[in-house]
Design a binder for this molecule. Structure first.
Ligand code: IMP
Length: 197
């Protein structure tokens, strides 16, 4: 089955291909020659994921899914949350975003945080939502140089290395996006089997 992933983020596309394997033919926006920036202006992750999926579904008419992720830090009242990409300004600067989080946290001892991913799927014109969460802690200074975004300062619960110190398959064995994608792929497997009966 062909399905569109409404993103042009190469990191995410390779993470998702690694998780979904050969079970689906994944098309990115680039594969469909869609290069425009899709607006992400909703007040929550669910709203943003749905609006991206609806936008691409309207253009292509194809089955499509979109994701939105936020880093929710308890001591910052859930910030940066839905504003994670542009926390330090409009240019989505990963390094500036980390600097801002570290400076707002300062010497705070409660460093509990979670990554939360919401995936919106439009399949045969019906909308579905899937969620994946990984709990963890924000450390005081960057460690590691793999991954992207806030990976260098996030240690998932039960581990002692940041996401940026893990290779892709280790990150994918526990990440928020992987957990949401597992739910999505299970659902697609069941629904396509039912459709083929
Ligand atoms: P998006 O909605 O998936 O584009 O994510 C919004 C922002 O959250 C990104 O710009 C990153 O700063 C951050 N983010 C999303 N996923 C990850 C991840 O797997 N690791 C670290 N940061 C992430």
């Amino acid at each position: 089955m062909k399905i569109v992933f409404a993103s042009n983020n190469d990191h995410k596309i390779s993470e998702i291909k690694n998780i979904l394997g050969d079970s689906l033919i994944l098309l990115s926006l680039k594969d469909l020659n869609i290069y425009e920036e899709i607006p992400e202006e909703e007040p929550d992750l669910e709203g943003n994921a749905l609006s991206k999926a609806r936008y691409v579904h309207k253009i292509t008419g194809m089955n499509v899914f979109a994701d939105d992720t936020g880093l929710e830090i308890d001591a910052l009242g859930g910030m940066p949350g839905v504003r994670s990409a542009r926390f330090a300004g409009g240019n989505k600067d990963f390094s500036a975003n980390i600097d801002k989080v570290l400076s707002m946290l300062g010497s705070e001892v409660n460093r509990k945080a979670r990554f939360r991913t919401v995936i919106a799927l439009i399949y045969n014109n019906i909308e579905y939502l899937f969620e994946g969460i990984v709990e963890g802690n924000i450390i005081h200074a960057r460690r590691g140089n793999q991954g992207f975004g806030y990976d260098p300062v996030f240690i998932p619960e039960g581990k002692n290395r940041t996401f940026a110190e893990m290779d892709l398959s280790e990150k994918n064995s526990l990440s928020h996006r992987a957990r949401a994608l597992e739910k999505l792929s299970l659902f697609l497997l069941q629904i396509t089997e039912a459709d083929n009966k």
